[in-house]
Design a protein around this ligand. Structure first.
Ligand code: ADP
Length: 392
């Protein structure tokens, strides 16, 4: 009989990232993505573990359903129909109820759909992939792993908004996101610096979406994102923390519709809005436009302020970790952030920072690490563990 496999999916608006794992494997045998969905040239890219040229399959209509159908066909041809035992999904918002991964059924999908307004860029796409698969392969167990789950360990005080209690009771709380990434990094810290893993660390997940998490003893204590993934740091296109009075002003005084405000805050703000050049940090760092440099400066300044705020929540700070696209690859951004934090005992070794080394601090600094994150590996592990309990 062929080897049992797990499929991990991260479905977004224009792409579906996937990875295929053996039941006991730490790294995927294949990974790739359906990309350009909804565009003119949708295609499925498949990489094997050897780093060669990817296999490319054209997609006809660019719908998410067709992309999943094509992925399943490829899996049937490659590993055999019976091999696939479960699918693990990244689901961004699990709301107040879900602190652990869960087995999805259509009732639960309806419940999670109610949270789509809180994560409009991700949640509807995460859930529609699961719905399509339920139709295409109804016998296949599907597991949801939530980005909010890791933060359910935050103390109550870190979860509050200063709103009347009735709103908290209705679930208006600071949830936090990027939890699958923080969970992975917390595990990596155990491996590379067990003392820091037991101590007080801030992890900076800096990608197109960006947030920070204060972790103590492996548990989330506070995080920069809140009720939605708009809060906290400025991001590629999202505004980050904003005086809520600005939203009222835009609607009441400037006559913007709710939809226009949503579009402004989710798609036209952040690095793109401030620079007028790009949402992409690489392009901003390469640009001669003064507005590009200013946008990067605001990003780094806000990140440093939020790190110091998390240090207060943790009762001190023993170390820093940078991760995700910007965190792993942008030395000038790490330098600008850490330069703001020298009063907390942090300084960088310039050569180590310039080469994106794993340890980038000076000998007399508290530790600063650059660690690659791997949300898919966390989803694979949870899916495997939950499948073992279902099969027992
Ligand atoms: P997300 O997963 O949230 O879409 P990523 O983690 O892929 O985002 O991060 C995207 C950001 O990381 C972009 O701003 C991009 O410029 C930056 N980035 C990614 N790779 C590199 C690199 N090799 N050098 C510099 N910046 C990079």
């Amino acid at each position: 009989m062929s080897e049992a496999r797990l499929l991990v999916l991260n479905a977004g608006s224009s792409s579906i990232k996937f990875a295929v794992y053996g039941m006991a494997a730490e790294s995927p045998a294949w990974h790739g993505q359906a990309e350009g969905l909804g565009g003119r040239k949708p295609q499925l890219l498949i990489h094997d573990g050897n780093g060669g040229t990817p296999e490319v399959r054209k997609l006809q209509d660019g719908s998410h359903e067709q992309a999943l159908r094509c992925l399943l066909e490829w899996l049937d041809q490659t590993v055999g129909h019976q091999s696939l035992r479960a699918v693990g999904h990244r689901v961004v918002h699990g709301g107040i109820r879900h602190a652990e991964p869960v087995h999805l059924d259509s009732e639960l999908l309806d419940e999670l759909d109610d949270l789509s307004g809180l994560a409009p860029l991700h949640q509807p796409h995460n859930l529609s992939a699961a719905r399509h698969l339920m139709k295409l392969r109804p016998e296949l167990p599907q597991i949801a792993c939530f980005d909010t789950a890791f933060h359910r360990s935050q103390p109550w005080v870190a979860q509050q908004f200063a709103l009347p209690a009735e709103w908290q009771e209705r679930g208006v709380l600071r949830y936090g996101f990027h939890g699958l990434s923080y969970e992975f990094i917390a595990g990596e810290l155990q491996r590379i610096d067990p003392a820091l893993a037991e101590g007080r660390a801030v992890v900076a997940h800096l990608g197109n979406g960006a947030s920070l998490c204060g972790i103590k003893g492996g548990l989330s204590q506070a995080t920069s994102m809140g009720f939605t993934a708009l809060d906290g740091l400025p991001m590629g296109q999202r505004c980050g923390a904003l005086d809520p009075g600005v939203v009222l002003y835009l609607i009441q005084q400037q006559g913007l519709s709710v939809e226009a405000v949503q579009d402004l805050l989710y798609h036209r703000s952040g690095l793109l809005g401030m620079s007028g050049v790009s949402h992409d940090m690489r392009e901003l760092l390469a640009s001669d436009e003064p507005a590009a440099a200013r946008a990067v400066a605001v990003f780094c300044y806000r990140a440093a302020r939020e790190i110091a705020s998390l240090a207060a929540a943790l009762g001190g700070l023993d170390g820093l970790v940078f991760t995700a696209g910007i965190g792993e690859n942008c030395p000038p951004v790490r330098k600008a952030i850490v330069d703001h934090l020298d009063w907390l005992g942090f300084s960088l070794d310039e050569d180590a920072n310039a080469s994106n080394a794993a340890r980038i601090h000076c000998a007399d600094s508290r530790p600063v690490y650059v660690l690659a994150t791997d949300e898919q590996a966390v989803i694979a592990r949870h899916t495997r563990e939950l499948m073992a309990t279902i099969q027992d």
